[in-house]
Design a protein. Structure first.
Length: 249
């Protein structure tokens, strides 16, 4: 047996041993599989966000009315110019985000970002800068990580653009948005975000767009108030979320 043949034999048997000790499972529901990845049931529940939307807030519209603006944006336009989401917040997408945020398991989220890479490369450009929605310090200490900063890092790697978590800061401690009504969410976040003026003046001379990045958009209050603070840069502000809820899901 040659050295090359011995190496190939070793790799094949190592792979078999790995599968015996750690059998392949679905990244989303942990169902046993023949190979690593996503099972058919979870794959069927993963739905890209619709293309026929209000371009400013990402509310779904009929094909005739898209790209809007929708009635809500005509009456109360958000601070960002455009809003994009990769997936609908349902099924395996919801399971993956919850596993990541509550248990620290990022395997499903990583798979979702990898699958969306061709779309990200069409949407984002090398001159653009991704900015995470800031987390309250107490929540960062509790979880030991900054989830939206991680999203920015992973997405920026895929498209070779910039990302920076110092530009936008969060001030004060706010109640969790998930427990509040739409009106309460707006009140809760009205003064939550502030531009780091000194840092921006010294460090940033971007020629591209500024993208606020979040993991879930529900009412849109968080990204709206964050975009308001970011508009002080004088650079166009856009929003990109891993997922967004749709009424009825």
């Amino acid at each position: 047996m040659t050295k090359a043949q011995a190496s190939q034999w070793f790799q094949q048997n190592l792979q078999k041993l790995r599968h015996q000790v750690f059998p392949p499972i679905c990244l989303f529901c942990q169902k046993p599989l023949e190979v690593d990845g996503c099972c058919a049931i979870c794959l069927a529940s993963i739905r890209p966000f619709p293309h026929d939307i209000c371009r400013q807030c990402a509310a779904p519209l009929s094909q005739v009315l898209a790209p809007g603006p929708c009635g809500q944006c005509l009456n109360h336009a958000p601070a960002q110019l455009e809003t994009y989401a990769l997936y609908r917040y349902q099924g395996a997408v919801r399971d993956a985000i919850l596993a990541w945020k509550l248990q620290g398991d990022d395997a499903g989220v990583s798979w979702l970002i990898e699958s969306a890479t061709p779309y990200l490369r069409r949407l984002l450009h090398e001159q653009d800068t991704l900015i995470p929605i800031p987390m309250p310090l107490s929540r960062m200490r509790q979880h030991g990580q900054h989830h939206t900063a991680n999203l920015c890092h992973w997405m920026a790697e895929k498209v070779a653009c910039h990302w920076d978590w110092h530009i936008l800061r969060r001030q004060g401690e706010q109640v969790r948005q998930s427990a509040l009504s739409a009106q309460q969410r707006r009140k809760n976040l009205r003064k939550a975000f502030v531009l780091n003026q000194d840092y921006w003046a010294k460090q940033h001379h971007t020629q591209g767009k500024l993208w606020l990045v979040d993991d879930i958009i529900t009412t849109g209050s968080t990204v709206n108030f964050a975009a308001k603070a970011l508009r002080a840069t004088g650079v166009p502000v856009y929003v990109l979320s891993l997922s967004k809820t749709i009424q009825g899901d």
